[in-house]
Design a protein around this ligand. Sequence first.
Ligand SMILES: C[S@@+](CC[C@H](N)C(=O)[O-])C[C@H]1O[C@@H](n2cnc3c(N)ncnc32)[C@H](O)[C@@H]1O
Length: 304
Amino acid sequence: MKEQWCLRVPVRDGEAARRNAIAEGVADRSLRPRVEDGYLLIPVLFECVGAVTAEFVENQAVEELPRHEQIGGIVVLQDDDARGAEKILAARPSAHTALFATSPVEGEFRTKTFKVLAGIDTTETMYHEYGRRMKIDLTAAYFSARLANERQRILSQMKTNEKILDMFAGVGPFPVMLGACANLVIANDLNPEAVLLMQKNIRLNHLTNVIPMLGDAKNLAEILSPMQFDRIIMNLPMDAAAFLAAAAPLTKPGTVVHLYSLVEREGEHNAEIFRVFPNAKVTEHVLRSYSPTSWHAVYDIEVS
Ligand SMILES: C[S@@+](CC[C@H](N)C(=O)[O-])C[C@H]1O[C@@H](n2cnc3c(N)ncnc32)[C@H](O)[C@@H]1O
């Protein structure tokens, strides 16, 4: 068994990690895990090497490593720490590159710049999420693995034959994840690089009902009317509420709009939501804290 084809986790976390790897579809079940020097080596399918999800990695024991997030084969460190980066790559056989973000998320395309701290000089990787594969390029287009659970929550709410619009689709994580259960997904983004990656991701996942679109969300009603959608995803956390009026003509009674936003108080967007959708049923969920005074929230807006 080649060690670089295995996940290496402390034995005490081994059973949970093995179960996760099987659930994620990355474990090679034809090979038996084995113990070596206090670690459990879990064989990984060849096509999944370098591509385990951030969520999976967060479940592993990482206390002795510098803080980092793993997206496919890339680890992103919180600090500009080249020695720490080498340590992480040595401990994470599934990772090929360690990066440090040299800018915040910025610009219309919500991208970051990165410095390579260790490993292969690339910002591209293959990311796996609940059995789906996605090509990611962290400098070319926005991507975050942190909404993986949120995508499953939406999937679990879907009824059969839904028509879905994703107004800010990026490289397509929501469309790819929801596509197999939908009748049709229209997936729009302003960033041409994101749309190119999204096209690849649609193909990679053999979806024939997801239509990628390059455009400004503010023009979607004009282009897509008289279509009406069962579900609309609005994931532009700094500004999505400003696009509610643009989404409104594409809704009907019963449409559910999922509006993602960074907020500093509960109900921050209620006034805007009720102005555009009077009598809507609105539920707000906290997804995660973003800073000591703000958090990432999703508003589920059921149009009446
Ligand atoms: C926070 S990212 C979300 C991407 C994707 N939904 C995800 O979860 O990974 C926001 C996306 O909106 C796109 N965007 C920004 N302004 C836009 C606009 N006016 N019309 C369409 N897309 C826009 C950006 O290019 C970016 O890909």
